[in-house]
Design a binder for this molecule. Structure first.
Ligand code: ME8
Length: 512
């Protein structure tokens, strides 16, 4: 039976419409999910919306609607974004769903039964934008007389009765988790930050509120609603059917949570501590990507300057956007995007390197090989070298995928495509047409077979264009997994090919 692989995005706050940061995280996770599926895994890919908390309540008040209505409207936008981005998520969870209320109350009950929950009075600093409690030492008083948290968002003083989680008692178990599982947190700088945060000592965590009711009621004490992060993190369990045993239970523990760098503490400190308390296995890996900036300008719903992902798809097309986002910015680091960067990157690599190679070779196949897969003669060293370079890609990129080095995967593939362009130019098949037509067929066969291998590998990243390239290579829908990349699988000489069509056209500015 296929090995399972469960991966998730963070669930977004639907207090506004989706922005490019959400699209970025979703596209990256979708590419990982597609890669794993093609590589033979039984994948479960989850995304969704995080609908409770004060941030949602405040946004709803500002708009004069109920938080449930705000969540419903914007959650639909997030679901539409997932579809627009070619998302292959297997489920879309909303934390206002009944199944999630049941799961959150079940994990709470388990933590309470373990003796890790107690009632006390809370007073301290809270950031609504981050939905986070901060110690006074993590905040700063600025010249405007207001206090701000470590991520630059304003904090307010909160004092009320609250349930607490005994986080302070999990310090040793958490440090042991990080030490015994060096891959639990990636990239390395995030792991180091978390370890020094936990080493410096943990305070118990306030996990309920009484001053509003937009949340999941605490079992047995309905005056309290759960702190939004207790319920939010539990979404990953909810989708596996928790607390019931069912078909999806076997996906837990999750193999990978893909999140942004601003929410690492919640996923690598609070979440494993909640799970340990509840006696449940912890996820295998949490990977934090960086932030995307519009030419250095931070975008978020709370700050404004939001760029609509749908508009970007409209202008550039989905595959250009997917390719650019995953190729341009090393995953894990912050990065910029701009119109020029998108156009330059996709024109030079997709249109010039890959598109031209496909266009030039396959139009020759169409004209001079009777629109059939060419019949090769004996290979010379250059032929074997370029096919070997393509064969060597899978083991190489597989390792990078397991470290979420998406940019590295695309860099490795495009480097081999450049090599193939040099091969094609060096062999001059257009000159061979008269001087040595048999050799021309060999060069065209090698190039077509090379393109088949590269197109199969590119499917997770540019699904539509890679699919089209496979169509014109005559590769059927059931011959597109990584099983078809073993050295013995090849295009069948003499097989009929459909008419070639351009796969990666250049992007031309409307005003040009
Ligand atoms: O944090 N660039 O929701 P959210 C890259 N509900 N990534 C970005 C980004 C940007 N400019 N802006 C946001 C939440 N993100 C919680 C998560 S999970 C149990 C609960 C990322 O809507 C951000 O880092 O503020 C996070 O991973 C995701 O988008 C959702 O952010």
């Amino acid at each position: 039976m296929a090995e399972r692989f469960y991966l998730t995005t963070a669930i977004s706050y639907p207090n506004g419409r989706p922005h490019i940061g959400h699209a970025y995280e979703f596209i990256a996770t979708d590419a990982l999910a597609r890669f794993k599926r093609l590589d033979g895994y039984d994948v479960f890919f989850l995304t969704g919306t995080d609908e409770h908390g004060i941030k949602m309540l405040q946004s709803a008040r500002e708009q004069g609607i109920s938080p449930a209505e705000l969540a419903r409207r914007n959650s639909a936008e997030f679901e539409a974004m997932a579809a627009l981005l070619g998302g292959t998520n297997d489920d879309f969870i909303r934390t206002s769903e009944d199944r999630h209320v049941a799961a959150s109350q079940a994990i709470w009950t388990k933590m309470a039964a373990a003796g890790d929950v107690y009632k006390d009075a809370y007073s301290g600093w809270y950031s609504v934008r981050d939905e986070a409690y901060y110690g006074e030492d993590e905040t700063e008083l600025r010249e405007d007389g207001k206090r701000y948290g470590p991520q630059g968002s304003p904090v307010e003083w909160v004092a009320e009765e609250s349930y607490f989680f005994k986080l302070s008692e999990f310090q040793d178990r958490l440090l042991a988790l990080y030490e015994d599982n060096p891959d639990f947190i990636g990239p390395a700088e995030r792991r180091n930050e978390v370890m020094s945060f936990v080493r410096s000592g943990l305070r118990d965590l306030s996990i309920s509120r009484t001053t509003f009711d937009w949340g999941i009621p605490v079992p047995g004490d309905e005056k309290h609603v759960m702190y939004v992060w207790v319920d939010a993190l539990t979404n990953y369990l909810t989708a596996t059917g928790f607390p019931e045993e069912g078909e999806r239970s076997a996906y837990w523990p999750a193999d990978l949570h893909v999140i942004g760098k601003d929410i690492v503490r919640f996923h690598t400190v609070y979440w494993p501590a909640f799970l340990m308390s509840a006696g449940l296995p912890v996820p295998r890996r949490v990977y934090a990507h960086g932030f995307l900036f519009n030419r250095g300008e931070k975008m978020s719903k709370s700050v404004g300057n939001v760029i609509d992902p749908a508009a970007l798809v409209d202008v550039y097309g989905l595959d250009r956007l997917r390719y650019f986002l995953l190729r341009e910015v090393p995953f894990g680091q912050d990065g910029n995007y701009s119109h020029e960067a998108i156009v330059n990157r996709t024109n030079s690599e997709l249109a010039n390197d890959l598109g031209n190679l496909a266009q030039r070779s396959l139009s020759m196949v169409g004209k001079h090989c009777g629109a059939k897969v060419p019949t090769p003669g004996a290979f010379i060293e250059a032929d074997t070298a370029i096919l070997t370079a393509a064969n060597d890609l899978l083991p190489k990129v597989r390792t990078m995928i397991d470290r979420q080095e998406l940019h590295g995967v695309l860099a490795a593939i495009i480097a081999v495509v450049s090599e193939a362009n040099r091969y094609f130019a060096g062999q001059e098949p257009w000159a061979l047409r008269k001087s040595d037509p048999a050799r021309m067929e060999t060069v065209l066969f090698v190039t077509a077979e090379f393109l088949r291998r590269v197109a199969i590998l590119l499917q997770p990243f540019v699904p539509e264009s890679a699919g089209k390239l496979l169509d014109i290579l005559g590769v059927g829908p059931d011959a597109r997994t990584f099983n078809e990349l073993t050295p013995d699988v090849r295009l069948a000489p003499g097989a009929d090919l459909p008419a070639p069509q351009p796969i990666f056209p250049r992007f031309v500015d409307a005003e040009d």
